[in-house]
Design a protein around this ligand. Structure first.
Ligand code: 15L
Length: 264
């Protein structure tokens, strides 16, 4: 049977990296963004939707006939409180309501290290900071990610939807600074992690870290490995070429000192 996966924010940074990596035989990717996602390449099983995730009618339509949702949409950095609340928090509520009404059984939510950005990095023991670290947001953006996790928990407890929140470290082609050597999630490992989230038979509600098997990692891999994730990349191979980062006591790095509410 064909599997259909809705990806919100599909034209954004993470969505663009995941699109070619989540293609599978027997799978249709339904790509939604407010900027038009690039059209299907020849032979690519995708459907594209240009819509705002804060639009309930559009989200209801987008969730029809879908097996799982990967919710990446929303602001990915600091913004005004009003914007953050409307797009990230209200937007996620709109997505989860559409999921519930359409009877979708699984949602993967893009949370972030910034939900816990004010945890000191020297608290990481040999196994790394656990994935269920209590929230200590470093920005309004981080607050929105904490709220997204709470919304996911609510929709799991009330409606039995499987919800996995991934506290993504730094998902880019390569790490750009020393902090990235600890928090990098390679695009290939990102796809491995999403596949694990999609294929576990019964994940329930979970919060996991999204990082690669970095030599300098600060975050535990155990919770994601428990789901079936087998990371294969290590940021250390970029150590000689990364720029020096601003040293920070905290996981959130530069977000912990950035101006609150100012787009960064
Ligand atoms: C995030 O959550 C952001 O979306 C991304 O732009 C990076 O800043 C990343 O965290 C990070 O901490 O490197």
């Amino acid at each position: 049977m064909q599997q259909r996966i809705l990806i919100t924010g599909a034209a954004g940074g993470v969505g663009t990296l995941m699109r070619p990596r989540l293609r599978r035989e027997g799978r249709v990717l339904r790509l939604l963004d407010r900027v038009p996602p690039p059209p299907a390449e020849p032979g690519e099983a995708v459907e594209t939707i240009t819509a705002d995730l804060t639009d309930p009618a559009a989200m209801a339509e987008a969730c029809e006939g879908v097996d799982a949702v990967i919710h990446l949409g929303g602001h990915s950095r600091e913004n005004s409180w009003e914007e953050t609340l409307s797009v990230n928090v209200d937007g996620t509520h709109t997505v989860l309501e559409a999921v519930r009404q359409a009877g979708v059984r699984r949602v993967i939510l893009a949370s972030s290290n910034h939900a816990v950005g004010f945890h000191p990095i020297d608290a990481a023991g040999p196994n790394g900071l656990p994935a269920d670290l209590p929230t200590r947001p470093d920005t309004y953006y981080g607050v929105s990610k904490a709220a997204i996790e709470a919304l996911g928990s609510l929709y799991h407890s009330r409606f039995g939807i499987d919800v996995i929140c991934i506290r993504i470290g730094s998902l880019f082609e390569r790490p750009s600074d020393v902090r990235g050597l600890s928090l990098w999630l390679s695009p290939d490992d990102g796809a491995r992690l999403f596949e694990a989230c999609l294929s576990h038979p019964s994940p329930g509600y979970r919060v996991i870290w999204g990082v690669s098997a970095n030599t300098r990692r600060l975050c535990s891999l155990a919770e994601a490995e428990d789901l079936g994730y087998q990371p294969q990349d290590d940021a250390e191979k970029f150590a000689a070429e990364v720029a020096d980062g601003v040293p920070s006591r905290y996981l959130g790095g530069p977000f912990t000192t950035a101006l609150l509410g100012e787009p960064n």
